[in-house]
Design a protein around this ligand. Structure first.
Ligand SMILES: Nc1ncnc2c1ncn2[C@@H]1O[C@H](COP(=O)(O)OP(=O)(O)OP(=O)(O)O)[C@@H](O)[C@H]1O
Ligand SMILES: [Mg+2]
Length: 221
């Protein structure tokens, strides 16, 4: 089983948004997915709840992927929990962490096959990401940045400028993820963007992102 962890100490970068849409894209690509909410804020679990309540025509498999809260007081049992879901046939675990450095986030990094670090293309985010990179390097796990919420305005150079700033400290996942309503609307509907608007640009981005992440993390298993 592969374990992909969405991690960055910066709040609002898009960990939960990408966790949900990647979970669905991976499921559609044939993975058996379980997603775990390690953030006391509980946004991922709330998405799972909305999913189960959605119209069956909108969400044909409301119970999939499995979405569960992972309470901080069980941090010592994270590996046991992951081994247990792997034993039940889960092929991909996605861990959504809090926007803070804490023992649960560190345990998640340690248990990962691969870490994804969402980052918005701003100088503030670039400055803040260094602490997260240090923590991942301490865990020794491979990781990549996902530039998220990039401008849809043509010829806007911020994403490329940020990518250049990041290139010296880590890999860049492909493609860039743009700021699009589909990400917000899919979440509100308890869906991934590839369910919400399968022919949309956001869906295409996420399918490509899953392909990229899948290839990168496969070589690390
Ligand atoms: N690509 C995107 N396009 C449009 N909106 C986005 C995109 N990614 C994230 N958002 C929005 O940005 C906000 C923050 O996203 P999200 O909650 O996923 O970040 P987070 O990193 O999980 O935050 P936290 O650290 O608080 O858990 C949300 O309102 C979400 O809808
Ligand atoms: Mg979140």
């Amino acid at each position: 089983m592969r374990t992909i962890t969405l991690v960055t100490q910066k709040g609002g970068a898009g960990k939960t948004t990408l966790a949900t849409s990647l979970a669905i894209a991976a499921q559609q690509a044939g993975e058996t997915v379980a997603a775990f909410d390690l953030d006391p804020q509980g946004s991922l679990v709330e998405w799972g709840r909305m999913r189960r309540k959605a119209e069956p025509s909108a969400v044909p498999q409301p119970h999939l992927p499995v979405v569960e809260r992972f309470p901080p007081d069980r941090v010592g049992q994270m590996r046991k929990m992951l081994d247990s879901v792997a034993g039940k046939g889960v092929t991909l675990a996605i861990l959504d962490t809090a926007g803070a450095d804490n023992p649960t986030t560190r345990a998640a990094m340690d248990a990962s096959t691969y870490c994804l670090v969402p980052i918005r293309p701003t100088r503030l985010d670039l400055l803040a990401v260094r602490a997260t990179v240090q923590a991942i390097m301490h865990s020794g796990k491979p990781f990549a940045f996902v530039l998220n919420q990039c401008s849809t305005i043509p010829r806007n150079s911020r994403a490329n400028d940020t990518a250049t700033g990041l290139a010296s400290i880590g890999f860049m996942a492909e493609p860039l993820i743009l700021l699009r309503n589909d990400y917000q609307d899919a979440f509100a509907a308890g869906q991934g963007v590839t369910e919400y608007a399968p022919d949309g640009k956001a869906a295409e981005e996420v399918r490509q992102l899953w392909k990229w992440v899948s290839t990168q993390s496969e070589t690390k298993v």
